[in-house]
Design a protein around this ligand. Structure first.
Ligand SMILES: Cc1ncc(COP(=O)(O)O)c(C=O)c1O
Length: 423
């Protein structure tokens, strides 16, 4: 059991006997991203948080959301456990527009959730029992551990993420082929923490590895965490969701798409997301049954999802400025990505002190410090350089989504100097 959970149970003393097995496993991850962010709150340069800020430091939010707050009174009625039907249909139409490959496969109507974490939790509760195994790359968003390991009580295992600068699909295949008939595979592109999206070649290898495992008799639930969908900055990268590939792959593969507006539409506190299902040969009745399973889970959890948030989403999608504003916000993040590439090209000496992990998309990138401990470096950056970063799996994660372009050079100079101080 996790140390933090044990500590809470000890503090509860005799009252811990009231807890269920899930209650005993539960803890709040103070030490993870949230705790590290709190330590960096007062830093002059804060690259910790998975949100986005404008060049002037204000929240990077589209006006089509912030302006539409005067909603019709109907926005306060219950939306129902499946979600607002108009929004479900609109999101499906948008998914197909953004992912032409999805027009070619049959899949469910998206069910509305309280955003991506809730979609993950629903997936965990529907598919991941104590005897099942969740498999993900070893560079992953740390909340997967809480959702699958602690809440669902599922075994979790991780495979090597990168080999020679590419996604290690051979390691993924080995993990899928390891003992155990059923596997729950999570793929997250653009990835948190690395900012990596599978290239076209990676994508082929990933799909073929899952196909081979399915043909060998493995039953695989592929969860596609598409939180950062659309934020791809390089050519040659698989810009569409992998959902369509898995939807049509093999009857042993269940594809589950987890997506929503949180990151791609820059509305972190709105709390509207979706979960969609497909598998090869699925009938309409089978897809409807999966939708009803998700809605039943919602009914037994939060009953239904924010109706105000759903109404605001519909209003934003109907706003003629939506697409233009979305392109403008994308351009802000892309220009920071390009600036980081320019900084690395200008400073070849940085490579002596840290290695940039592969990145091509999303809100983040990671560096691996050479010869110093990542956690010691993080603390030193906060204390001496007033610079906040996050340490995950031995890497230092930089959320360039939060740092104005003009300050990125200073941020990497600080990292370079701080490593020099510690060696
Ligand atoms: C990879 C990934 N998935 C899901 C989420 C959760 O998103 P939401 O705020 O919509 O629950 C995050 C948030 O940081 C994330 O990084």
């Amino acid at each position: 059991m996790n140390d933090l959970a044990q500590r809470l149970n000890r503090e509860l003393g005799a009252a811990a006997a009231f807890l269920s097995p899930e209650g005993r496993r539960m803890y709040f991850p103070y030490g993870g991203i949230l705790g590290q962010s709190a330590q960096a709150r007062k830093c002059r340069l804060n690259a910790t948080i998975g949100m986005a800020f404008e060049e002037d430091g204000s929240p990077l939010v589209m006006e089509c959301f912030s302006r539409n707050l005067a909603l019709d009174k109907k926005a306060f009625l219950y939306a129902g456990s499946f979600g607002n039907m108009e929004l479900r249909e609109k999101w499906k139409a948008l998914q197909m527009e953004k992912n032409p490959s999805m027009k070619k496969v049959e899949y469910s109507l998206p069910v509305v959730t309280g955003a991506l974490t809730h979609s993950l939790r629903i997936a965990a509760e529907l598919f991941a029992g104590p005897r099942d195994e969740m498999v993900s790359p070893d560079l992953f968003w740390d909340n997967y551990e809480l959702v699958f390991g602690e809440a669902a009580g599922c075994r979790t295992s991780h495979f090597n993420t990168f080999r020679r600068g590419r996604f290690d699909s051979a390691a993924m295949k080995k993990a899928l082929m390891a003992p155990g008939e059923k596997k729950i595979l999570i793929l997250n592109f653009p990835n948190n923490p690395t900012g990596y999206t599978a290239t076209l070649e990676d994508a082929k290898a990933i799909v073929s590895a899952v196909g081979a495992a399915a043909r060998a008799g493995k039953r695989i639930v592929v969860l596609l965490d598409d939180a950062y969908f659309g934020l791809v900055y390089e050519k040659g990268v698989h810009a569409e969701s992998l959902f369509a590939e898995f939807a049509a792959l093999h009857p042993n593969v269940l594809a589950v798409k987890l997506d929503g507006m949180t990151k791609e539409d820059y509305v972190w506190g709105l709390r509207v997301g979706f979960i969609s299902f497909a598998f090869k040969g699925a009938s309409e009745a089978q897809l409807k049954a999966l939708e009803a399973k998700a809605a039943g889970n919602i009914r037994s959890g939060v009953s239904n999802v924010t109706s105000v948030g759903q109404a605001l989403a519909l209003a934003a999608f109907a706003d003629p400025q939506y697409r233009r504003q979305k392109r403008e916000k994308f351009a802000v993040l892309k220009s920071r990505y390009s600036e980081i590439r320019r900084i690395f090209a200008r400073h070849p000496e940085y490579a002596e002190r840290f290695e940039a992990m592969p990145f091509n998309s999303g809100y983040f990138m990671c560096v691996r410090p050479k010869g110093v401990d990542a956690e010691a470096l993080r603390r030193h950056l906060v204390e001496k350089y007033s610079t906040g970063t996050i340490v995950l799996s031995g890497l230092v994660r930089i959320a360039f989504s939060t740092v104005p372009k003009a300050r990125l050079a200073g941020l990497f100079a600080n990292i370079h100097s701080a490593i020099g101080d510690l060696t």
